[in-house]
Ligand binder design. Sequence first.
Ligand SMILES: Cc1cc2nc3c(=O)[nH]c(=O)nc-3n(C[C@H](O)[C@H](O)[C@H](O)COP(=O)(O)OP(=O)(O)OC[C@H]3O[C@@H](n4cnc5c(N)ncnc54)[C@H](O)[C@@H]3O)c2cc1C
Length: 448
Amino acid sequence: MTKQLTVVGGGITGLASAYIAALNGYKVRVLEASHSFGGLLNTFPIGGNRLEHYYHHFFTHDVELNWLVNQLGIEDKLIYKKTTMGVYRNGTIYPFNSPVDLLRFSPLSLLDKSRFAATSLFLGKMARWEDYENISCLEWLYRYAGKNTTNSLWKPLLDIKFGPYAGEVPLAWLIGRLRQRMNSRNRGEEKLGYLQGSLNTLLNALLEKLKTHSVELIGNTVIKKLRVAEGKLVGLETTKETYSGGDYLLTIPTSYAKDLVQGVDPALYQQLDKIEYFGAVCVILDLKKPLSRTYWLNVADSGFPFGGIIEHTNFIPSESYNHKHIAYLSRYYSHQEPIAAQSNEEIIDTMLPYLKKIYKTFHPDLINDIHVFRTKTAATVCHLNFSQNVHSYKSSVPHLWFANMVHIYPDERSVNNAIRVSAEACRAMGMETTFIPEGNSLSGKIGR
Ligand SMILES: Cc1cc2nc3c(=O)[nH]c(=O)nc-3n(C[C@H](O)[C@H](O)[C@H](O)COP(=O)(O)OP(=O)(O)OC[C@H]3O[C@@H](n4cnc5c(N)ncnc54)[C@H](O)[C@@H]3O)c2cc1C
């Protein structure tokens, strides 16, 4: 008899899982709340092209992503390019691309620099994340990288990513992140990947591929209730109809999934309730002129309303967007911060004067247009010993399975790692997944 899988959530985790299940001969349907599939990978039209709501790039070692890109026959669209990075500290922009740039980074003394290099190398190349799960990242960095190095480089990064939780982030998380970044560098020179035509190229090809495998793609459908009979999950009540049969894989954020299990299994609800998410806002400026020559600028001075400026057209040329220059102002926030309740206009009005502080020649007249995108579930908050909070793919309710961003820990959240998580979840459900090559991702291992 043909096995059946209903996937809830049409982001990359849901779509990749649907593809793997279809390859395993399953009859698959995907239920997505929004009218468009893709979740955080969604794009919008700009300058005769399309652009991600949230900046995205790939790494040279993204093995699982490369597998999917090849499966979809879009490998000629995936390009890798050298990029430029900078740090804004003490009112100055410093290039931060090579060991020479580190040597020239004047906010740090020579001793600070050697401690930065030694600790980064240790964490990125040698440390095992399992040994550092119960150690606060900031405490460790203050101790071994030093106060000045931590305050100049690391703390601003953690503040930006984790807001009030920065002090609680385990060192295991930084090990995962550095490992990913360092494996993308070659003698200090970083090449990043991008799909020509935006992530829409991947989404379109994947959705077409799913259709050729007779996967049912059902949008505009929100799950309202799990239908349980004799302790087993037998159906999903949605805003459209009730879908039933086979297994059910929830790839939606745990903060939404937990409400569905509340009346079904209180113990499971308690477990899922431990997971918190961060929000993110990206203010995208469509500009007449570039702001700088840097692709990625980390803002390491405190008090700024954004943590990074990602000048997309310093990565992908402005010719691809009818000569528009595009920059993202990026900010992650906890839901307790005032920004969570601010309107788009308030956020823009707060951010633009700070942009002028960094780029003196910037003037609002240089803006053609502004687009704002925000999500409540940009990332999970990783506390100390977070692995203990990672719920299993398999739930206590027969036929109910989970796979989402929680399972990416301790690695960095990424499209590649979401595909790895999908593969691991499908394997946990008993599917054949050995045809998916495995890179060096740390994701997907917890919760098996
Ligand atoms: C600002 C930002 C920058 C990023 N940069 C990069 C990068 O440079 N490189 C990289 O590789 N990755 C990057 N990522 C990470 C990457 O986007 C994510 O890891 C990945 O998209 C997560 O996919 P997902 O399917 O797990 O979740 P989502 O994309 O969140 O998908 C979940 C889906 O579930 C749907 N849903 C929710 N509730 C329901 C419901 N009740 N019923 C039905 N459907 C529901 C949602 O609409 C959504 O489509 C970035 C993310 C952000 C936010």
